[in-house]
Ligand binder design. Structure first.
Ligand code: NDP
Length: 469
């Protein structure tokens, strides 16, 4: 029997699809799943790809089925399950075998697992994006660990990855947890992009009284312009769908309580550690948290009454589209700035233009703007994306509409946390003389913290009497 070129553990939603993708690209694969019946069912349903797949009932069988030096992908839930699988595999593997965690690990865990792997077996952490469909037909892949380990499995990962004009959307992001860090930021941007779409959906539904089919048509039209992206495309599709039970728009039947698995939260926590400013992403994570507090929201509505919301023609769809364009640029700029901050703080040379290139296809945040972002980041990776001439030009045209949309929404009680935070960030980023002089004066007053003077004089305390009140 030919030996498999790679192994995979965890035949859930993502693992099963990745395994089929790998088999389809011509790499024989051995698979193992905690629940053995799933392994056999997977093989039985693999159709024409079945001959490429070796189902294994034990980890020892899996290890024996793979050609040396072995590479084994883990596609199990992040956290303890990954550690348990590594512990179970270690005694069965050789020093130069490679364990690849392809789940959504917290990058600190990947750092720890990479450090633990110095004496082998080796360890790579890769972020995979694209959901079930992406895993089956081409995800975006962000790798972290030792370059040599990435290079060893790159032929398989490049083959299964999505392609943008023939170029694989897979790349090495840097040492240790760099791949999982980039994947977390990807998900943070995804949270913000989704939230901003939900906010303009709210304006159309509640502020403009548009029917779901009209909203669908609007998203569909936007998807032909600068906003062209997977998330706008699927928003058009979900808005157009009809519930088979009630015959009403599907969206109207879905409870407004959004779930999350933690990558958005991790992104925000890490941004705080790095003092990176990602307010649109923070607002989106906040909005998901608040969405789940349905009882509290209903209590608030009972006390304060629902906001008026109807805009009475105050906004046009063209303004909404421009506001979305500005918001999208701002949230991506925040995400890339966070990666840039991490690059410096962790001494990881993360390749910003390549990250934009990897995200152009396969992943959830794929959009036509990412190609221009790759170009802008190639010109100058150290510059904030919003200052690149192409995006500065787009923002100059679109930010007045963002301001009008946020103002109209605020006046009419339409919540717009992500777009409003994006606007506040934009305004702060263009303010040469901010109000932090007041903060510094207050800090000096109560804590004698001192300040810098604009005239450069050395006196760093104010004339207030009694520092340390
Ligand atoms: P699923 O819940 O569909 O599948 C989980 C798989 O892991 C199953 O095969 C399950 O086996 C196995 N498993 C669960 N717990 C353990 C354990 N303690 N030890 C060994 N095996 C275990 O998850 P997904 O495929 O959706 O997700 C897998 C990983 O991929 C996660 O890290 C997720 O965050 C990440 N991811 C998911 C995406 C998605 O769109 N779903 C997108 C990108 C990444 P069993 O059959 O025995 O239960």
């Amino acid at each position: 029997m030919t030996q498999s070129q790679i192994g995979l553990i965890g035949l859930g939603t993502m693992g099963a699809m990745l395994a089929l993708n790998i088999a389809e690209k011509g790499f024989p694969i051995a698979v193992w799943n905690r629940t053995t019946s799933v392994t056999h069912q997977f093989k039985a349903e693999a159709g024409m790809l079945a001959p490429m797949i070796t189902p294994c009932e034990t980890l020892a069988d899996l290890v024996a089925a793979i050609a040396k030096p072995r590479a084994i992908i883990l596609m199990v839930p992040a956290g303890q399950a990954v550690d348990d699988q590594i512990t179970a595999l270690r005694p069965l593997l050789d020093k130069d075998d490679l364990i690849i965690d392809a789940g959504n690990a917290l990058f600190h865990d990947t750092n720890r697992r990479s450090a633990d792997a110095v004496n082998g077996p080796r360890f790579l952490g890769i972020g995979v994006s694209g959901g079930e469909e992406g895993a089956r037909h081409g995800p975006a892949i962000m790798g972290g660990g030792a370059r040599a380990d990435w290079d060893r499995v790159a032929p398989i990962l490049n083959a299964i990855a999505a392609k943008y004009k023939g170029q694989p959307c897979a790349d090495f992001m840097g040492p240790a947890g760099a791949g999982h860090f980039v994947k977390a930021v990807h998900n943070g941007i995804e949270y913000a992009d989704m939230q901003m779409i939900a906010e303009v959906y709210g304006v159309m539904r509640d502020g403009m009284g548009m029917a779901a089919v009209e909203i669908a048509a609007t998203f569909h039209a936007w998807n032909k312009g600068p906003l062209q992206s997977y998330l706008i495309e699927i928003s058009a599709e979900v808005a157009a769908a009809t519930d088979t039970h009630s015959g009403t728009p599907m969206l109207d039947m879905i409870l407004d309580r959004a779930g999350q698995k933690g990558t958005g939260r991790w992104t925000v926590i890490e941004a705080q550690h790095l003092a990176a400013t990602i307010p649109a992403i923070e607002a989106a994570v906040m909005a998901r948290n608040l969405s789940s507090r349905l009882e509290e929201r209903l209590a608030g509505e009972a006390i304060f009454g629902a906001a008026p919301q109807a805009l009475n023609g105050a906004l046009s769809l063209a303004q909404l589209e421009q506001a979305m364009i500005a918001g999208k640029i701002l949230c991506y700029a925040q995400g890339f700035a966070l990666i840039s901050a991490a690059s410096k703080a962790f001494d990881w040379p993360m390749p910003l233009p390549e990250i934009a290139r990897v995200w152009r296809e396969g992943c959830i945040i794929r959009s036509s703007m990412l190609n221009d972002m790759a170009t802008a980041l190639t010109e100058d990776p150290a510059r904030n994306l919003m200052f690149a001439p192409f995006f500065a030009g787009l923002l100059t045209t679109s930010h007045p509409a963002l301001r009008q949309v946020v103002a109209a929404a605020a006046l009419n009680g339409l919540p717009m946390p992500a777009l409003a935070s994006g606007l506040a960030w934009f305004d702060m980023m263009r303010t040469g003389r901010s109000t932090a002089n007041m903060i510094q004066a207050q800090r000096d007053f109560f804590g004698a913290h001192g300040f810098e003077r604009i005239d450069g004089l050395a006196d760093k305390h104010g004339p207030w009497v009694g520092h340390g009140i």
